[in-house]
Design a protein around this ligand. Structure first.
Ligand code: FUB
Length: 311
């Protein structure tokens, strides 16, 4: 009986530990996760949900003032390197606008480029969001923000991709999914923005993420048909498409978190899907937490649907 009890305790702990891995950051809310491998570690660049309070953001809406970066060498233990960019220190961001939405980051020639959307002080180009860049010599910073946002880009949710030939692309959303080439300096567009074609004509509000595997370019995005986002993908044979709708990566949350925002990562020969859910805030879906699940491809390159383990 004694050894059975011991076995039971070990079993319960093992099950608890396995389940306890999601959400992965437990001491603060983290949404819109982009993860990148830099050196031998994974760096996580999420956005940072906080609760509105008097004078701080809009009640019932997204409230986000800064970004942290986290790193891990095993995807289980994460180190918080602290705040890397904060709204009131970015020259072009409207002070106290609490709209530091979904970011992305990439390395080029030994520099780290952090892309983030926010609402600008200067609204002569119209209302809405711009996308800015902050640059660092190390993934954990310090990051120095550019004086102005990227010219000719209006919208949210930047995603950056560097192709095998060295050409970099910026993707973002604003009703449709847009893309343009980036110059070698990673700070300016090198082509006119285009709307990516053959995608759903409605419900493509945000969160594009493009990656390449074995010559297939995967354009992945949340698609909302009935209030809650479903992760889908389309494939093409070059970074600007045309793309062909191919399938669903993750169904709508059954527990009602409206947004889902994701990125893909290959680390130590395994692919992962990073995404978010409101695990720690079941009754308010704008306080979200980062989750990870393993992801598998079929031999024809199609993606197997990821079933999250939601409570
Ligand atoms: O986090 C704020 C917004 O919600 C993001 O920019 C979208 O992708 C959605 O997750």
């Amino acid at each position: 009986l004694k050894s059975f009890t011991k076995y039971l305790i070990v079993f319960i702990f093992a099950v608890h530990t396995a389940n306890a891995q999601n959400p992965i950051i437990k001491n603060q809310f983290t949404a819109d996760p982009t993860a990148r491998v830099f050196g031998d570690k994974v760096y996580l660049f999420p956005s940072h949900d906080i609760l509105a309070s008097p004078g701080k953001g809009r009640e019932g809406w997204f409230v986000m003032e800064d970004y942290h970066v986290f790193s891990s060498d095993n995807l289980i233990k994460w180190k918080d390197h602290g705040v890397i960019v904060t709204q009131n220190k970015v020259p072009w961001v409207k002070p106290n606008s609490y709209s530091m939405w979904a970011p992305d980051a990439i390395e080029r020639n030994g520099k780290y480029y952090f892309y983030f959307p926010s609402t600008p002080k200067d609204t002569t180009g119209g209302k809405g969001f711009n996308i800015g860049v902050a640059v660092a010599d190390k993934p954990e910073g310090p990051y120095i923000s550019q004086e102005k946002p990227i010219k000719n880009v209006r919208g949210i949710d930047p995603n950056v991709f560097i192709d095998k030939d060295g050409q970099a692309y910026l993707y973002w959303s604003g009703g449709n999914i847009y893309a343009a080439k980036l110059k070698e300096n990673m700070l300016e567009l090198d082509s006119e923005p285009v709307i990516l074609q053959n995608l759903p004509t409605k419900g493509l509000k945000e969160g594009p993420y493009l990656f390449e595997r074995k010559g297939i370019y995967y354009l992945t995005y949340p698609h909302v048909e009935n209030k809650i986002e479903r992760l889908e993908y389309a494939v093409g044979d070059n970074p600007l498409g045309p793309f062909k709708f191919t399938g669903v990566i993750m169904d709508e949350s059954p527990t009602g978190c409206w947004t889902n925002h994701h990125s893909f990562l290959e680390f130590k020969n395994q692919w992962y899907l990073f995404y978010h859910h409101n695990d720690y805030s079941p009754s308010f879906d704008k306080l979200r937490s980062t989750r990870i699940d393993s992801l598998f491809f079929n031999s024809d390159g199609t993606i197997q649907k990821v079933i999250p383990t939601l409570r």
